[in-house]
Design a binder for this molecule. Sequence first.
Ligand code: PLP
Length: 381
Amino acid sequence: MAQKKYLFTPGPTPVPPQVLAAMAEPVVHHRSPDFKPIYERCLTRLREVYRTQRDVLLYTASGTGAFESAVANLVSPGEPHLVVSAGNFGERWAAMTAAYGADVDHLRYAWGETPDADDVRARLRERPAKAVWVVHSETSTGVVADVQALAAAAKEAGALVAVDAVSSLGAVPCETDAWGLDVVVSGSQKALMTPPGLGLCAVSAAASAATGSSPRFYFDWERTQKAQAKLDAAFTPPVSLVAGLDVALGLLLEEGLEAAFDRHVRLGRAARAGAKAMGLELFSPDEDRSAVVTAVRPPEGIDSSEVVKGLRDRFGITIAGGQGELQGKIFRLGHIGWFDVFDITTMLAAVESVLAELGAEIERGVAVTAALEAYEHQRVA
Ligand code: PLP
């Protein structure tokens, strides 16, 4: 029998069968009545998931592409911008804003640290910035930042705030309007349970009014905004992906955002409890907010890449290794989107087997039991 494959990374993530079925429908024309109701419903549902009254712009791009739309629209050469980084994606945004000629003030934390709003406040007092660029869920480390507090610090100083919510939107609370987030970027392939290929970007009125002089065409916000307002996409959208995203958002909203957030909290608790029961050290914080990815250090003397390889070769399970400076040092268990506790127990049981084969002293079975127990405890909201 062909080996069963399990996708347990923090993106791409597993796609529910209803979404796959919608994507298997015959291709329709994007300017025809066959597509417009799907497009309209998808855009409406996106606003609900983003918790915004504003348009969410849809790009045929990965999350990085949608982020580049923000940089291309907001950054003018020579302008001061503050980028907050504590991992791989924050570093990417520092490099990208610099590539567009921004005068970048880089508030740089060690990978795995949690950015602090008071540091942002102090930095902006020293050097005002047009916008502050922050990462909500730093997928490379498992840290989920307090974006509400970071945004408040930016607002106090009169700066715009742009948020990378690529791996957080739909998994942990992200209140676009209530927290005054000017730009919120996400992607289809994470907690939104759709294959890769759609980049999303919510834009506030203040951000729309503050666009700069960098050259842009495909990623020009105004062009996409005007076209979406008429349900007439500026460029050919990936119609099958939009149909899939529409169904996925419907599933998420049917579950209810609060219920989905609660499920993710408990998935995170289960993953952490299991890892700790195995005697492993967590790299990501042991806190409910870190509900996207659980980053774990392998036992002394074992390279985490061997764990990733062992899981793939022995069981057809794909998890993520460490990125950049964390390569070989951590492995990451993703649990956003279409996940339940039995996905967590499957990962943990397999990690246990692979670590035992690699010579670690692991007590068999304890991780699964601990995970199931941790999952059962409902959050006291
Ligand atoms: N930001 C974060 C936090 C991510 O997890 C990812 C995913 O890889 C990205 C940005 C980049 O998204 P993409 O790979 O879709 O370009």
